[in-house]
Design a protein. Structure first.
Length: 479
């Protein structure tokens, strides 16, 4: 869903309507019931005077209610059509007010441009909303004119009957008040009914979101995840295509990852490396072929159980503005927050000295979102993310550019004892640094979603293919 813009439209509409529409419906039902009981009493009194007055009572209110219902539908359709524009305006607001883009906005002078684009979108939306409101107001005004004529006609009829001696002056005052109160009760009751229609219409946005079903589903009777793996992971003739994409991200991919083996994925940007990792983690299911663990299809496992056996650090790793201890413990929240275990994970990632030097050590809040927080460099944040990955006792560790932001010294220290850090677990590494890649047991070269080469560093260099060209090109910069 996260690669699908329509999903974000559905989520945005649900977030807009979900918080208050259910309460409106409850209040509307209560108001409808209360006014309905009162209206019955007033209508009964007016019927005792003359049936036509009761008819006029309803005729005076119905046009206004019909106008409200009609324009509720128009507003609903307009909001659905303009969801993308609303989201884009919110996106510009996030860019301008958040810290993620602050440096580039200032250095490239983008503030005025984004403010202009934000203002343009908001003005367009405001103009269209005002125009829709204007049309509704005109239609409502015309309906009110008809209602006013009907009301004064009823008043005139009551006064005429009084003048003609049909009722007393006291009766006239009573019927006047009964008509006025009945009109008020009817307006509020039918207004509540129209409001219920409007709330139900907009609440469908929430139901539309809630009706979304997971595309990666748990089996009805899941198999147990092998502990430990005996045969490893096998990718068998796998194809995958993202929703709404025009071409396959992976096609005919087959490979194996043995227990304790380190496999590196290399290739140009967009070659399918990260997509393959997502499939290994079962964030997606392949559209053809299968991925197995010890000859059992990953789709036979419960997702949560499988994820407990995988530890991941993605290239766009998360930065949690919590304490350093919590940041690392989030890698394995199913166990108590053990200071000794957290420190071990930090040492394996080269983050222990960094954390020890912070004002409150492991209890220091990272980032600047909260008071007394300490901001880290990109490389330091990456060490924290790597420690989080080492915190989980998983059978497979997936590292997507795990040291891309670290200094050369730290990278060297980690990878000179990488096998020791893995402690016999299988690992998949994605990296554009061939100093990192070459220590893998097996290197997989991907190109446009297909595997073009596979082997050890020595074997691929001897083959003098794509990998050798890429390696020599990068090595040439250091000669």
């Amino acid at each position: 869903y996260y690669e699908n813009p329509q999903y974000f439209d559905t989520l945005h509409r649900a977030q807009q309507e979900g918080p208050f529409r259910p309460t409106h419906i409850v209040n509307g039902l209560a108001q409808f019931g209360q006014n309905g009981i009162s209206l019955i009493a007033m209508a009964g009194l007016l019927l005792s005077f003359h049936w036509s007055v009761t008819v006029v009572l309803f005729i005076a209110v119905i046009p206004g209610i019909l106008v409200r219902i009609k324009y509720s539908g128009k507003m609903y359709r307009w909001q659905r059509e303009k969801t993308q524009a609303e989201r884009k305006a919110s996106y510009f607001n996030w860019i301008l007010t958040g810290d993620a883009h602050a440096k580039e906005i200032r250095l490239f002078g983008l503030g005025d441009l984004f403010i202009q684009q934000f203002s343009s979108l908001r003005k367009q939306l405001r103009r269209e909303r005002i125009e829709l409101t204007r049309k509704r107001s005109v239609a409502d005004f015309m309906a009110q004119i008809g209602a006013t004529v009907a009301v004064f006609g009823a008043f005139g009829f009551i006064a005429y009957r009084t003048v003609m001696g049909g009722i007393t002056l006291g009766d006239m005052v009573m019927y006047f008040q009964a008509f006025q109160r009945g009109l008020g009760f009817l307006k509020e009751m039918l207004g509540a009914l129209a409001g219920l229609y409007e709330d139900n219409l907009f609440l469908s946005n929430l139901f539309e979101f809630l009706d979304l079903s997971p595309r990666v589903k748990d089996p009805i009777q899941p198999d147990a995840v092998p502990k430990p793996m005996q045969k490893g992971l096998n990718v068998e003739s796998v194809d995958f295509q993202y929703p709404a994409a025009t071409r396959k991200a992976l096609e005919g991919v087959s490979l194996s990852i043995d227990p304790g083996q380190v496999v590196a994925l290399v290739g140009e940007n967009g070659s399918g490396k990260t997509t393959l990792v997502k499939l290994l983690c079962r964030l997606y299911d392949p559209i053809a072929g299968r991925i197995t663990m010890d000859d059992i299809d990953l789709r036979r496992f419960e997702k949560a159980a499988l994820h407990r056996e995988i530890s991941v650090i993605f290239q766009d790793y998360a930065k949690y503005h919590l304490t350093a201890r919590e940041n690392i413990w989030l890698g394995n929240v199913e166990t108590p927050s053990d200071p000794a275990g957290i420190a071990r994970a930090a040492k394996r990632a080269g983050a222990h000295d960094l954390i020890s030097g912070l004002p409150k050590g492991y209890e220091t809040v990272l980032g600047r979102w909260f008071e007394e927080g300490s901001e880290l460099s990109i490389g330091e944040w990456q060490k924290i993310a790597l420690a989080r990955a080492f915190m989980r006792p998983a059978q497979l560790i997936v590292l997507d550019e795990p040291t891309s932001s670290m200094d050369a010294k730290t990278e060297y220290e980690i990878f000179t004892r990488f096998k020791e850090l893995l402690q016999g677990r299988a690992a998949v590494i994605i990296s554009h640094r061939f100093s990192t890649v070459r220590m893998a047991d097996r290197i997989i070269v991907l190109d446009q979603g297909r595997i073009t080469e596979s082997g050890s560093h020595e074997e691929l260099m001897a083959a003098n293919g794509t990998y050798a060209v890429m390696y020599e090109r990068q090595a040439g910069y250091y000669r």
